[in-house]
Design a protein around this ligand. Structure first.
Ligand code: HEC
Ligand code: HEC
Length: 357
């Protein structure tokens, strides 16, 4: 009796609040984000709940070239699904042909992250999208008003997402952030095994040996690329210097990285956000400036190319001898394990593809 009573009250209350509410964000159909059971909970800001309508609008804007000043640059120019929403080039062309100074980030599992860009200069996905809009596209809300809103599909999309006929910067940022939050990559062989309570189920003997190298002092990857506490993201989402450059003074670093945020002559110069080691088959070249053309070059770096420098991470323990100095045989095992985090389902998922095709 009691429960049904409360249920009825609840239903009546729900009915009233949904009728009287003017805010479509609370009445719109929520987007059911699928998060693998071994992942942490998604971070979704209270003022930007995930709805199907916002995700749909965000997807349209992500593939829309006309939101850039020269009408040539969409987010998807640099963030291509086939490359795990990164780029196959070290640097990419922004509006008016200017080049980026860093490698276009891969975009996946950003719903579980609190610091963005290689240098961590933004703390929400909304702020990150705002930065990207201004920086890469010289975005102006008037582009949306004059170029997109005359079209019925955009009128409808803004209407269902925000119950508004007049688009604002805030709406554009929220829609883009919502779409990017849905890009969850968690269907690799390793994930499938974990979901079934048997992490090694789909791994070969070679890959399992590689895992041991990764998770022990032999390879030492685990300190920064997660997994100490079972972190499935394959990054600690912190900032480190992994010994790419030999500079013994902060001023010599071409790119200050985290130092850009905390001080260009301080102790964070040359530190960058730890890359997430998933989808590595798709996302070469690697590192913040795309200097390493493939995974073999990355493994060569950690094995024999590490440079001692002024802010190198203490966990780059073998830096004095140039790196791990493992045999080719051990490196092959480590590589096999890394590739077990490829997620072809994510790369082919049509809910992230160009909606205009
Ligand atoms: C010209 C190429 C280019 C375009 C266009 C572009 N980006 Fe990026 N994106 C980059 C680069 C380069 C970085 C890394 C920049 C840095 O760290 O300073 C990046 C980083 C990001 C990140 C941070 C990822 C992370 O792991 O922290 C997000 C999110 C993002 N872009 C979203 C977008 C969105 C949304 C758009 C469209 C509004 C967009 N980008 C347009 C090149 C581009
Ligand atoms: C001290 C922390 C640390 C350790 C230990 C470490 N990494 Fe990294 N890794 C990083 C950081 C930081 C970056 C990004 C650096 C940059 O772009 O300047 C990175 C980048 C990478 C990338 C490129 C990611 C991308 O998207 O471009 C790969 C691949 C990689 N690491 C693999 C490994 C492997 C394999 C090991 C073990 C042999 C390892 N790392 C050990 C911190 C570490």
């Amino acid at each position: 009796m009691r429960t049904s009573y409360f249920l009825i009250i609840g239903l009546i209350f729900g009915l009233f609040s949904s009728c009287s509410s003017e805010d479509p964000q609370t009445t719109a159909k929520p987007y059911a984000l699928k998060v693998p059971s071994h992942f942490p909970p998604a971070i979704i800001p209270a003022d930007n709940p995930l709805t199907e309508a916002k995700v749909k609008l965000g997807r349209m804007l992500f593939y829309e070239k006309r939101i850039s000043e020269d009408q040539l640059v969409a987010c998807a120019n640099c963030h291509k699904q086939e490359f795990a929403f990164g780029s196959d080039k070290p640097l990419d062309k922004k509006v008016h042909g200017d080049m980026t100074t860093r490698n276009s980030s891969v975009l996946f599992n950003l719903a579980f992250t609190k610091e963005f860009f290689w240098d961590g200069r933004t703390k929400t996905l909304e702020a990150t999208c705002k930065d990207a809009l201004k920086g890469e596209q010289k975005f102006n809300i008037d582009f949306v008003k004059t170029r997109l809103m005359p079209e019925q599909r955009y009128k409808d999309a803004f209407n269902s997402a925000f119950n508004a006929s007049e688009p604002t910067d805030d709406m554009v940022e929220k829609a883009l952030a919502s779409f990017i939050r849905t890009m969850v990559s968690g269907a690799s062989k390793v994930d499938k095994g974990k979901a079934e309570g048997n992490p090694n189920k789909y791994l070969s003997a070679l890959e399992i040996e590689g895992q041991t190298i990764f998770e022990t002092e032999e390879g030492d990857c685990f300190h920064c690329h997660g997994v100490i506490t079972g972190n499935p993201l394959m990054t600690d989402n912190l900032f480190h210097n992994n010994g790419l450059d030999p500079y013994m003074s902060a001023g010599l670093f071409k790119d200050p990285g985290l130092g850009f945020v905390t001080g260009v002559s301080g102790p964070d110069v040359g530190k960058f956000k730890t890359g997430a080691l998933r989808n590595l088959s798709y996302s070469a070249p690697f590192m913040h400036d795309g200097r390493l053309p493939n995974l073999d070059a990355v493994l060569k770096h950690y094995n024999s190319g590490v440079k001692v420098n002024v802010t190198i991470d203490p966990n780059m323990k073998k830096a004095n001898q140039g790196g791990l100095q493992l045999t080719p045989d051990r490196i092959a095992r480590l590589k096999a394990y890394l590739l077990a985090f490829d997620d072809p389902i994510f790369i082919a998922d049509t809910s992230f593809s160009n909606p205009f095709k």
